[in-house]
Design a protein around this ligand. Structure first.
Ligand SMILES: [Zn+2]
Length: 250
């Protein structure tokens, strides 16, 4: 393992045509992938990815879903995750999203269900792969009170003060290739100690350009972290692998 992508969505339809090719390239380049899904279809489909030796999976329920689905649908999906608990390396994508969900009542539902999901992660000693769009303060507060497992803040867009709260709590921050064209992500990279950084792609989103993103872009993230933190490439590369092995037990 030379590189790791701790948050990709290779289960998505956009990869149906060339998923195997991408995975083969990843294998050749030593890129290990942790796939995240967050709905019924995605969680089910992600099980197929386990046939690749360089892929592990997380399962979750997206915050935009937890805000909308019925109790019945929510607990059925939780049951599906429980049934597959031995096959997964983490819980995610989960969290809060107040960008797409503005209704107060729905936000409350998201919060309640997020707590329920954190409880599931605690019970099974699985790390959390967390989304926190426009709800960074609430997400960090809830995690710091409730999570007893490693936390990965994926694509964190909150203030540096909030990032400090997460750092104090020992959370990890995964950096996507968009860092190449984003000043605020560079500032986050400067702020977070190297022992708490991880690399991700959020494929097919958040690429270095506006094209479809995929895990083969991970070396670009390492290069940018090395440049921004003024640490040599090899040191960053090795430390991030070490961090990922610790968090996801891979
Ligand atoms: Zn994602």
């Amino acid at each position: 393992m030379k590189y790791v992508d701790v948050h990709a969505h290779l289960n998505e339809e956009i990869f149906d045509k060339d998923r195997d090719e991408i995975l083969k390239t990843c294998e050749e380049k030593g890129i290990f992938v942790i796939n995240c899904s967050g709905d019924k279809k995605g969680n089910k489909k992600s099980l197929d990815l386990l046939k690749s030796s360089n892929v592990k999976i997380c399962m979750g329920i997206y915050p935009t879903k937890t805000a909308e689905i019925s109790d019945d649908e929510f607990f059925k999906e939780i049951d599906f995750i429980k049934k597959n608990i031995e096959k997964i390396s983490g819980i995610g994508e989960v969290g809060l999203d107040f960008h797409w969900i503005k209704d107060k009542e729905k936000q409350e539902r998201q919060i309640e269900r997020f707590k329920e999901i954190i409880w599931l992660a605690n019970k099974n000693k699985l790390p959390l792969n967390v989304h926190s769009r426009k709800a960074e303060k609430e997400t960090i507060e809830i995690l710091s009170k409730n999570a007893k497992v490693p936390v990965v803040m994926h694509c964190f867009g909150g203030s540096l003060n909030l990032a400090s709260e997460g750092i104090k709590n020992g959370f990890h921050f995964s950096i996507p290739p968009i860092v190449i064209r984003s000043g605020s992500f560079k500032a986050l990279v400067r702020k977070v100690p190297i022992q708490q950084l991880l690399s991700e792609t959020d494929s097919p989103y958040l690429g270095p350009d506006r094209e479809r993103n995929d895990p083969t872009n991970i070396p670009l993230v390492i290069k940018q972290i090395a440049e921004t933190k003024k640490i040599d490439f090899d040191t960053v590369q090795k430390q991030i692998i070490k961090n990922a092995q610790k968090v996801f037990n891979i």
